[in-house]
Design a binder for this molecule. Sequence first.
Ligand code: ADP
Ligand code: MG
Length: 267
Amino acid sequence: MPRSARVIALANQKGGVAKTTTTLNLGVALKDMGARVLAVDLDPQSNLSMSQGIDVEGLEVGMYHVLTGQATVADIVHAREIDVAPAGIELAGAEIALAQMIGRERALERALRPVSELYDYILLDTPPSLGMLTINAMVAADGVIVPVQCEYLSLRGLAQLRTTLTQVRENLNPDVDIVGILPTMYDGRTIHGREAVDMLVENFGDRVYRTRIGKTIRFAEAPVEGKSVIRYDPSGQAARWYRQLAREVAASPIGVALPGASRVAAA
Ligand code: ADP
Ligand code: MG
């Protein structure tokens, strides 16, 4: 029986909270557990595509062409550490192009359908806004993971995200919800860092992952080499955090049971 992929959107309208870093490194860690993984770049800034060494300036077709019906996902996939559906700067025009389309909120959901059986996980990296691209991701997704920088001001933006998600649930995709909150850039040595995580737990309970992604320069270094931290520094802390997150995700309701998962997790 062919299974269809679990689609997970990484969303937070705040920039710099590690959406892109998490999309890539969670994806590579899930792949190492035996999963087939596609990562979709829905940000016109193309950080995900660039972080896998894809030349976005020379890109002829990307997610803009997929969302506007000029290409299929299969046409544009680049096989890197994981499969990547890249985006170039022209994706900035998608908000306007989509606005004129019938079924504009479902363009991504439709586009992913033909590749759904080819993957176990499809991870959607979204831009720092709650516009049409992020709404498309929420409509296509089975669940949303929200990376949150462990700072008071970052926590406040979550109310807006939840409001948008409620609207999507009421109108477009009744099943989608936040499946996990991921504390990122966590510094457990500071009271502020610990208090920020406490506030997350007060608000989201066991939806806060037990994994905390700490701060390290490795995350900035790896993309320069076109690599995930898992390949760039396999024995480092950063790789360990994302492997732990992958095990949490795989074991959660949004996870997929995989033949290879227990073998690799035990390694
Ligand atoms: P977003 O996609 O939410 O805008 P990014 O994943 O691009 O965020 O991360 C923003 C910046 O922070 C990048 O330069 C990235 O390398 C860096 N970064 C991400 N995660 C961490 C971390 N845990 N510690 C330190 N720097 C990080
Ligand atoms: Mg990003």
